[in-house]
Design a protein around this ligand. Structure first.
Ligand code: FE2
Length: 291
C-alpha cells in the first residue's frame, strides 16, 4: 500500500497525506449514513457539548461513557442564550463518537477495508485494534476550533503505538477549517496526558467527587506550541491524512458557509498496553476488535 518513500516521509515528518485514498462514492455513503444517524437522534434533554477549550469541565458522563457507543455532541456555538438551537439540529452537531466502527454496519464496513489494514500493516502494526472513531461535521458558520494537541494525549499506550487516520469526506481548505500540522513536530515528545481522575485522587485533593472533574490533564511540558511552524493541510475529498500520535495538530474555526466533514479512526497495536487511565474505556461486553 505504501511506498518506502511514503514510510520514510511519515517517520521524518510525523504525518502523511494520501490523495484519492477513498473513492467519492464511499465518502458520500458515510455522509449519507451520518445524516441518517443525526435524523434518528433525539436529544431528549441530553445536551453534551464538545469543546477543546474547557475539556475537563465539558467531560460529562455522556462523553466519558461514549467509548463503546454512538453518541452525539453539539457545537459550543450552537445555542442561543436561552438554550435554544441557533440552527437546525442537523447543523448543530459537532461530532458523532466513539464506536461507530463497531456498532454501525456502514462505518464498520468502511473502517475495516482491506486497504486500510494494508496501510496499517505497512506502518508496522502487526496486530491492530480499532479503538476510536469519530464523524466530524465542522459545521458551516459555527464549526468550533480544535486547539493544538497530540492524539497520544487522549489515547495513550505503552509503548506509544497509536495511529490516527483522518479521512476528508469533503474538500478541506483554510477557509472551512482544514487540519494544520507541524512537520517534524512529533520528535519533541508527549506534552500531556488527559486522564480519568480516580476517586482516591479526588479524596486526596480534599474534594468531594460530585464537585470535582472526572478528568484532568497531567502536564509534562507546559511550554506553548511553536504554532508559527504549523502548516495547513488543504486536501481534497477522498484524501487520507495519517497522523503520528505525537504530531501536534489543530483545526481552526469554520466561519465559512461550507461544511468540512471528516471521518477519523484511531488504531492501536495489541502488543502495547492500553492505559486504564485513558478517558476512553470499553465495557467487558464490547472488547476492542481488529480488522
Ligand atoms: Fe487529533
Amino acid at each position: 500500500m505504501l511506498t518506502p518513500e511514503q514510510i520514510r516521509k511519515y517517520d521524518e515528518e510525523g504525518f502523511l497525506v494520501i490523495p484519492d485514498f477513498v473513492e467519492p462514492s464511499a465518502c458520500e455513503r458515510l455522509q449519507q449514513r451520518a445524516k441518517e444517524l443525526v435524523a434518528e437522534f433525539n436529544p431528549n434533554g441530553i445536551v453534551s457539548v464538545f469543546s477543546t477549550h474547557e475539556q475537563t469541565r465539558t467531560s460529562d458522563d455522556y462523553f466519558l461513557e461514549s467509548g463503546d457507543k454512538i453518541r452525539f455532541f453539539f457545537e459550543e456555538n450552537a445555542f442561543n442564550a436561552d438554550g435554544s438551537l441557533r440552527q437546525s439540529k442537523e447543523r448543530s452537531i459537532n461530532k458523532i463518537g466513539h464506536a461507530l466502527h463497531d456498532l454501525d454496519p456502514v462505518f464498520n464496513e468502511f473502517s475495516r477495508r482491506a486497504e486500510i489494514k494494508e496501510l496499517v500493516d505497512d506502518l508496522g502494526f502487526s496486530d491492530p485494534l480499532l479503538v476510536q472513531s469519530m464523524y466530524i461535521f465542522k459545521q458551516p458558520n459555527i464549526g468550533g476550533e480544535v486547539t493544538c494537541h497530540q492524539d497520544g494525549t487522549f489515547l495513550f499506550t505503552e509503548p506509544l503505538r497509536v495511529l490516527g487516520l483522518w479521512f476528508a469526506l469533503e474538500d478541506a481548505t483554510i477557509e472551512n477549517g482544514c487540519l494544520w500540522a507541524i512537520p517534524g513536530g512529533h520528535k519533541a515528545g508527549l506534552k500531556s496526558r488527559f486522564v480519568r481522575t480516580s476517586t482516591s485522587d479526588r479524596l486526596e485533593a480534599g474534594y468531594r467527587p460530585p464537585e470535582t472533574s472526572k478528568t484532568h490533564f497531567e502536564v509534562f511540558d507546559g511550554a506553548s506550541w511553536p504554532e508559527e511552524k504549523l502548516q495547513p493541510l488543504e486536501v481534497e475529498k477522498g484524501t487520507l491524512i495519517v497522523l503520528h500520535p505525537l504530531m501536534p495538530h489543530l483545526s481552526r474555526e469554520n466561519r465559512s458557509p461550507k461544511s468540512r466533514h471528516a471521518y477519523t479512526l484511531h488504531i492501536i497495536d495489541s502488543s502495547a498496553d492500553y492505559s486504564k487511565e485513558n478517558w476512553l474505556q470499553r465495557s467487558a461486553e464490547m472488547p476492542l476488535r481488529g480488522f
